[in-house]
Design a binder for this molecule. Structure first.
Ligand code: 3PG
Length: 414
């Protein structure tokens, strides 16, 4: 039933990109360490580097790469200079970095770029239009698309992780250029098809992470579409649902929810619970005091800072995961940057790997804990896209995917 929602989209084999000037939209929006400014996890950069190498070396294309990074006002809203260094290292291609997006410097560099060469533009969100969501027809009329579009022959979208955004660089270019999905994008769609084929019950969603607003939206969709048989909540998402249930999480943790602007989400979480949604919340947490002492505390009697799920929650959640047919995981259970608080996340990942379920790992920090060499790729898919993946699984359409399908009708006569 759900697989019908995946439109047929063109890929590199469907169009001639040899020697062409290509705009390649990637998603190298990566976690940045707020203290050092260093890239904390470069998985997305590694996977997209392969696409760049392919376009440059196999197709001899002139490849202009564009990506966003962070959002204005956030500490990870930075230039892509360091990303360029890593892209060079992983692709082996001498990628030029241009500190501009659509101004005269960028346009001159794009026009002069020769076949078999690559160039990375700076953070696309330095252009404010890029953050506005609108329908493709409107995005085709933005300055970004009008200024850059005429400089290209083909648009390749490899940014599956941003496919849930209807922004100019994702949905505007397909309206003005012949467009295809890149290999990273296509692999994700293929994994979704496989997940849908195996949509037997029980389907367990294990959800945490820091993008709590997005996650509440995902859960609302999951509940409406009845895709999830059980939703195991982790991290701040779990704390939000505990508060919505009227369970105390300790003053310090409540203050954190407030500081992060999450208190306003409580009524939405309550509405989800009132609908009888299959939401599970932790029964204990690993907590830490000011001196750094760690111990497990039961929910309802939390006095210290929450850092991970506790032992009892690990066994309860692992039990659900082991019996599942499909497991979809997104976000970590604790503060995994600190070795002491990785146990919850690692144990749940182990339970998923030991099960017979089809496992989809939704990007981010969680993916960095998976040893990709040792997994059975037929049964486990590590996605670059976290929320895009979840929103699609829960029944939302992905604007960037729809735009590629529309473009195929307009330019390829599909
Ligand atoms: C992501 O990491 O989910 C994508 O890169 C989209 O980023 P955004 O949530 O800032 O739009």
């Amino acid at each position: 039933m759900l697989s019908q929602q995946i439109p047929r989209i063109p890929i590199l084999d469907d169009i001639d990109v040899s020697g062409k000037k290509v705009f390649l939209r990637v998603d190298i929006n990566v976690p940045i360490n707020p203290d050092t400014g260093k890239i904390a996890d470069d998985r997305r950069i590694r996977v997209h580097a392969k696409t760049i190498k392919l376009l440059v070396e196999k197709y001899n294309a002139a490849v202009v790469i564009g990506s966003h990074q962070g959002r204005p006002g956030e500490k990870d809203f930075v230039s892509l200079e360091k990303h360029a260094d890593l892209l060079r290292t992983y692709s082996g291609v001498d990628i030029e970095f241009v500190e501009d997006v659509m101004g005269p410097t960028a346009r001159k560099a794009i026009k002069e770029l020769e076949r078999g060469r690559a160039l990375l533009l700076d953070n696309l969100r330095f252009v404010s239009e890029e953050l506005i969501e609108a329908v493709p027809e409107k995005q085709a009329n933005t300055f970004l698309v009008r200024r850059l579009g005429p400089l290209f022959d083909v648009y390749v979208n490899d940014a599956f992780a941003a496919a849930h955004r209807s922004q100019p660089s994702l949905v505007g270019f397909p309206m003005v250029l012949p467009s295809v999905a890149g290999p990273v994008f296509y692999r994700e769609i293929d994994a979704l098809r496989r997940a849908f084929e195996k949509m037997e019950s029980p389907r367990i969603f294990v959800l945490g992470g820091v993008k709590v607003h997005d996650m509440v939206r995902v859960i609302e969709h999951l509940v409406r579409s009845r895709v999830a048989d059980r939703i195991l909540t982790l991290g701040l998402v779990a704390q939000l649902f505990l508060v919505a249930k009227g369970v105390g999480i300790g003053i310090e943790n409540l203050r954190t929810l407030e500081e992060k602007g999450l208190i306003t989400l409580i009524p939405r979480a309550r509405r989800i619970l009132f609908k009888g949604a299959p939401i599970e919340t932790p029964i204990d947490f690993a907590t830490v005091d000011d001196k750094g002492n760690v111990k497990d505390e039961k929910v309802g009697a939390i006095t210290r800072r929450i850092m991970d799920i506790g032992e009892n929650t690990i066994s309860m959640y692992s039990g659900f995961v082991k019996d599942a047919k499909v497991v979809i995981m997104r976000g970590s259970a604790g503060v995994i940057e600190d070795e002491r608080f990785r146990k919850g996340t690692k144990s749940l990942l182990e339970a998923a790997m030991d099960s017979r379920a089809f496992v989809l790992i939704g990007g981010g920090h969680l993916a960095s804990l998976v040893d990709e060499e040792s997994i059975d790729k037929r049964r486990v898919h590590v996605s670059t896209g976290g929320n895009a993946l979840l929103l699609f699984l829960s029944g939302e359409t992905l604007p960037a995917l729809e735009a590629l399908a529309m473009s195929a009708k307009m330019f390829l006569g599909w």
